[in-house]
Design a protein around this ligand. Structure first.
Ligand SMILES: Nc1nc2c(ncn2[C@@H]2O[C@H](COP(=O)(O)OP(=O)(O)OP(=O)(O)O)[C@@H](O)[C@H]2O)c(=O)[nH]1
Length: 358
């Protein structure tokens, strides 16, 4: 005979909620959604608490915190583009302590009724990646243990996700991730344009998105002269150089063998041209060990209301082809070449898009 055991039932409901939470956290293959889902899950499990997830960045030894997602009293906010946050000095100090000591820290700030529990989050290389801030009036060991466990699952899953998005040789983003990143920007442009009654004067405070496609000139010669290992080394160093030349929020992708893509932001074509030329010149000036000078040709395009990611890349590719056939070691922009009648309009049709809008 089965007897009713209220304590047992409560425990199994709790376990079901935890299993559901795990399923929810690991449902997404998009980092932003994953972060949002972690914070949502925690706030649903512990309804009386506030959770904030920050990305931790070290810039020249200075600690910067960017808010990724925030949950309080059922409201969830996630930042599409994390911005640096200035926290009360005492809280900032507590976060620094948790990061340095690599342990969970509890701290009450001023006379607040809430206790802040600070969990540092590490990536698979044991580098600090983020910090979870849990503000609660009633801290308990059980809550802390469960939060810590969910964070471990989150960081393990994030590591897997990151690994699948990175190019094995250079560790920049791989080609598979590029379409989605371009599509996000096309959508953000379109939404912004609608919101502003078709005015496209200011994208927002950071400007428009641009994409540049860089291809190493005569790379076959590098391989033929120095061997593949030296060729590989050039690609790795070039990836590091691009990360250093562009801003840390500008994603770098390996698009093909010796082709890279960078997405960056500026307001005007003039500025975009300066950014691209600066990159080209920095690469030209760089001396690669053993190999010496390497140059790149660049095709660039503004990401705006193109119908697909394929179309954006095709336009950049047309400009790149023009650069390759007009001297190499130079950069060209699609719209300018088109306006001057130097290239044909990109003919990629919507049906060739690999991106699903609906
Ligand atoms: N070492 C190395 N070489 C690669 C890799 N991927 C592609 N390549 C080489 O890159 C070279 C590309 O050659 P091409 O497409 O002829 O272009 P190129 O010699 O750079 O000439 P242009 O682009 O016309 O200036 C080929 O020799 C490929 O074998 C890689 O991962 N490592």
């Amino acid at each position: 005979m089965v007897t009713y055991q209220p304590g047992k039932e409560k425990r199994s409901i709790c376990m079901i909620r935890i299993v559901d939470s795990l399923a929810e956290i690991t449902r997404y293959q998009d980092r932003e959604l994953l972060e949002r889902s972690l914070v949502t899950t925690l706030s649903e499990l512990f309804i009386d608490a506030e959770f904030r997830l920050y990305r931790v960045m070290m810039t020249e030894g200075i600690l910067e915190l960017a808010l990724l997602a925030y949950a309080s009293k059922g409201a969830i906010v996630s930042e599409a583009r994390p911005r640096q946050r200035h926290l009360p000095p005492e809280l900032f100090e507590a976060i620094s302590d948790a990061i340095i000591s690599k342990v969970v820290i509890e701290r009450r700030i001023d006379e607040s009724s809430l206790i802040n529990i600070i969990y540092p989050v590490y990536n698979q290389r044991d580098e600090i990646y983020g910090v979870l801030l849990h503000a609660t009036a009633q801290p308990s060991f059980e809550t802390q243990r469960l939060t810590y466990g969910l964070l471990r699952i989150y960081s393990n899953y994030l590591a897997l996700l990151e690994d699948s998005q990175r190019d094995k040789l250079t560790n920049v983003f791989n080609r598979e991730t590029l379409d989605a990143e371009i599509t996000k920007r096309i959508i953000s442009f379109t939404q912004h344009t609608h919101q502003n009654h078709n005015s496209i004067r200011r994208r927002d405070d950071e400007g428009y998105y641009w994409l540049c496609l860089l291809d190493v000139d005569h790379f076959k010669n590098v391989n033929d002269t120095w061997g593949h290992l030296y060729g590989d080394e050039v690609l790795i160093l070039l990836a590091r150089l691009l990360e250093a030349i562009f801003r840390k929020e500008d994603p770098v992708f390996r698009y093909g063998g010796e082709e890279f893509v960078v997405i960056f932001r500026t307001f005007h074509l003039d500025d975009a041209q300066s950014v691209v030329e600066r990159a080209r010149k920095s690469i030209e000036k760089h001396s690669f060990p053993g190999v010496g000078q390497v140059t790149v040709s660049i095709g660039a395009v503004q990401i705006f209301d193109q119908d697909s990611a394929t179309n954006v890349v095709d336009q950049a590719d047309k400009a790149l082809y023009y650069a390759k056939t007009h001297g190499r070691n130079c950069s060209h922009f699609y719209a300018e070449l088109l306006a001057a009648g130097l290239i044909e309009k990109s003919q990629v049709q919507l049906y060739t898009s690999s991106v699903d809008f609906f």
